[in-house]
Structure formats: C-alpha cells, structure tokens
Design a protein around this ligand. Structure first.
Ligand code: SF4
Ligand code: SF4
Length: 179
C-alpha cells in the first residue's frame, strides 16, 4: 500500500512538471536542419584572417601565437629571405590538439588569427583535423574582424635620459671629496 501511494505521488509530481512546461517555447532545435545563431565572441575553430583589400594573410610570421599555444597545436613553417625576413611557407593548426583556449588570438598583434564562431569540423579521420594555411584562410574569409590598433608602427626609440639634478649633486660632491 505504501509503495502504491509513493508511486501515485511520483506520478502526480511528474505530471505537474510536464504541465508547467506545456505552454513554454521549445529551447531545442532540430539540428542539423536548424541551428542556433552563435554569439560573435564564442570560441570555435581557429582561422587565419586576410587583408580585406588585398586578400593576403595578415600574418607577419612573428611566431607569438605558436609560442603562446599550450598544446603545441600550431606549427608555423617559414623561410628567410636575403635580409633575414621570415616568409611564411605554411601555417598548420591541429584541431585535434587545440583546446580552444584563445591564447593564440590574444598573443597576435596583427589581427591575423581568430577563434571564429564556427564549430562544425568533426570527422572520422584524425588527419583531417590538421588544417593548413589555405584551409584556415578559406574558412576565415567571411569571419568579421577589426584591425587591431597595435598594428601601428612601434614608437620611435626614446631619447637618452637627461642628467637629473640628484646625479649632478652626486658628481659635484665626488669632485669636492677628490680635491
Ligand atoms: S601571432 Fe599573429 S602574426 Fe604572429 S605568427 Fe601568429 S598569426 Fe602570424
Ligand atoms: S586556441 Fe589555444 S590550443 Fe587552440 S591553437 Fe590557439 S592557443 Fe593553441
């Protein structure tokens, strides 16, 4: 008898919970036929950004993103010209290693790499998770971004500091002691 009462109680609680949600708007979508719009700042796949006018990659091969990556998901291959300037050969991101931390984007001073709000890149083969520069650029083509102000040229070197009053006083006292 006790069990029957308990079961009826559970049934009523369950029906009450269902009834509460009957008139509410559904929060699920019929994926993949439907998709929720992703927020602009959501961290999805890493892409490379290109100059909006020339279409060339913004990357200056400074290697900061590669050094900042905690999982070694970024591999930048480059040559050097006769002046020692780095020339990008390939920019490889292993999406299987990426933990979507965003540190590469934070490290970049040239608006060249970004975590786009795209997330559909699953595959049955792990080698297909390794994306080269051409694919990273292609996927990043329609990703909106603003050029960082840090792209401005670095400030001119500071002038040597003028001799300060305390230094003059110290020098004068040394001269007095020496005489
Ligand atoms: S930090 Fe930016 S500019 Fe430097 S190598 Fe990475 S993507 Fe290129
Ligand atoms: S998001 Fe993090 S783990 Fe992924 S490539 Fe960038 S720095 Fe590396």
């Amino acid at each position: 008898m006790k069990k029957l009462i308990k079961d009826i109680k559970n049934l009523v609680v369950g029906l009450f919970t269902t009834g509460k949600h009957l008139g509410r708007h559904a929060i699920t979508v019929q994926y993949p036929a439907e998709r929720w719009p992703m927020p602009e700042r959501s961290r999805g796949i890493v892409v490379l950004l290109s100059d909006k006018e020339t279409g060339k990659l913004n990357c200056t091969v400074c290697l900061l993103c590669m050094k900042a990556c905690p999982t070694a998901a970024i591999d930048i291959q480059y040559d050097k010209d006769e002046k020692g300037k780095r020339i990008l050969k390939d920019f490889i991101v292993n999406n299987g290693l990426c933990c979507f931390c965003g540190l590469c984007e934070e490290a970049c001073n040239f608006s060249a790499i970004k975590m786009a709000n795209k997330y559909e890149f699953s595959t049955y083969r792990s080698d297909e998770l390794i994306w080269q520069a051409s694919k990273l650029q292609e996927v990043g083509r329609d990703v909106p971004y603003e050029m960082l102000k840090r792209k401005k040229p670095p400030p001119a070197k500071a002038e040597p500091l003028a001799e300060t009053e305390p230094n003059k006083n110290i020098q004068a006292s040394k001269n007095n002691n020496g005489s």
